[in-house]
Design a protein around this ligand. Structure first.
Ligand code: HEM
Length: 405
């Protein structure tokens, strides 16, 4: 589109991000009809409507931020965390992205993940059995945080007992991916990056020498057969898998259980009919998602719903807003575990080349976690509902107090 044509478009409304924090769903519902895109800062835009949110993720005029730019932008000091972020396939484009992500294609194929379901259920049952009975406790800490850590450990073939040791470090390293890099916590992030690198490196070398029947061994074998990336880069990508599946799934799982427990009829229905579990998981991720926005950069000026977004700015898309857009879902403010209008590709996992590689794993973890809870702790009661904070990036969840009789 030439500049003359673009000049005919209006500029998006400037909105203070603080005004969106308290109740993003209400704020976006009020803005969406008139404002397909809003401006949150000098070079920061946010698309709100389902139609544009989905099309922008596959628009060649938007790209993912590159690792080195991410590190420079956030002023992250040299070291293990900076090396990890520079190399991550999440923060790459085109050929580099394909080479790094491609290595995981076989191991994360849906069929391979489905085969892990029985194993995942076993882990879920152990976690539920460990939950305290007859006392109040934080469900986020005692169950939701253990779900992704112990399940990915089991699937990768890492000793289950190690999950307790590496999970806190994974959650520390995940802070490197928050919208504002928490420089005051850099020392903890750096230590986590260094420790985790050494830990995964050791296990990977072992599997190269003595393969077992686990995901890490398959990844090691695939890498040996086609060394498209360096060994260190392979370790970084595995760290990326650990981190990508941590905060996202912890918060999503806790919110799923909270949404059901505060609706006794839905909780009873899920307990009576496990066939409702996948629908409940999909609906919870739509209704109160653990990832609210996906960030992209514009390489050319573009028109979004009749408004102009210039080249060279960050254009985030609000999947949170899109998933409450009546253009995509009927009665979107209603939580409905039997909803039949989910798009084939759930928007919470993004779209295009970077669509979440862990989608099937996340679904299986949550489905089996929920099924185990419904079957083995059916009388669980919620005493304090958690809140999902913020509207952007990976959202944080507050504690959730529950009690099992
Ligand atoms: C409810 C849970 C999850 C949600 C909501 C979620 C969401 C997302 C989203 C929106 C993206 C796209 C990012 C972008 O386009 O910039 C993504 C990418 C990614 N996710 Fe997930 N995710 C979840 C669970 C997981 C799990 C369990 C894993 C671990 C296997 C994982 C690993 C990754 C990785 C490695 C990427 C980068 C993909 C790429 O750049 O090609 N995620 N995720």
């Amino acid at each position: 589109m030439n500049q003359h044509v673009l000049d005919a478009f209006d500029s998006p409304l400037r909105v203070d991000p603080a005004a969106l924090m308290d109740d993003p769903h209400a704020a976006f519902a009020a803005l969406r009809p008139e404002h397909p895109v809003i401006r949150l800062g000098e070079k920061l835009y946010l698309a709100l409507r389902a139609q544009e949110v989905l099309s922008l993720l596959t628009d060649p005029r938007t790209v993912q931020v590159e690792g080195p730019d991410y590190v420079a932008l956030k002023q992250i000091p040299d070291g293990a965390a900076a090396r990890f972020l520079t190399d991550l396939f999440l923060f790459s484009n085109d050929e580099a992205h394909r080479a790094k992500r491609g290595l995981f294609a076989r191991a994360f194929a849906h069929g391979a993940m489905r085969a892990a379901r029985v194993q995942v259920r076993g882990v879920a049952e152990t976690i539920v059995a460990d939950l305290p009975r007859g006392e109040s406790f934080d469900f986020v800490e005692r169950m939701a945080a253990r779900v992704p850590a112990e399940m990915i450990a089991a699937i990768l073939g890492l000793p289950r007992s190690d999950a307790r040791h590496f999970a806190p470090r994974v959650y520390d390293l995940a802070r490197a991916l928050t919208p504002v890099y928490p420089l005051p916590h850099h020392a903890a992030i750096e230590a986590a990056a260094g420790d985790l690198f050494a830990y995964v490196e050791d296990h990977l070398r072992l599997r190269l020498e003595e393969p077992g029947d686990d995901l890490l061994s398959r990844l090691a074998a695939d890498w040996r057969a086609n060394q498209a990336i360096s060994f260190d880069s392979l370790v970084h990508q595995i760290l990326g898998i650990l981190v990508g599946g941590s905060d996202t799934t912890r918060a999503a799982f806790a919110m799923l259980v909270a949404l059901l427990l505060e609706r006794p009829r839905d909780w009873a229905a899920v307990r009576a009919d496990p066939g409702l579990v996948p629908g409940a998981v999909a609906e919870a991720m739509r209704y109160e998602p653990s990832v609210g926005t996906i960030a992209r950069f514009t390489t050319a000026p573009l028109e979004v719903g009749g408004l102009l977004v210039p080249a060279g700015v960050m254009l985030s898309v609000s999947t949170l807003s899109a998933m409450r857009d009546p253009a995509l879902y009927a009665d979107p403010g209603r939580f409905d575990i039997r909803r039949a209008d989910h798009p084939r590709l759930h928007p919470v996992f993004g779209l295009g080349p970077h669509r979440c590689i862990g989608e099937m794993l996340a679904r299986i973890e949550m489905e089996e976690g929920l099924a185990a809870l419904a079957s083995d702790a059916p009388d669980i009661r919620m005493e304090e509902r958690p809140r999902m904070l913020g509207f952007g990036g990976i959202r944080q969840i507050t504690p959730m107090r529950v009690r099992i009789r």
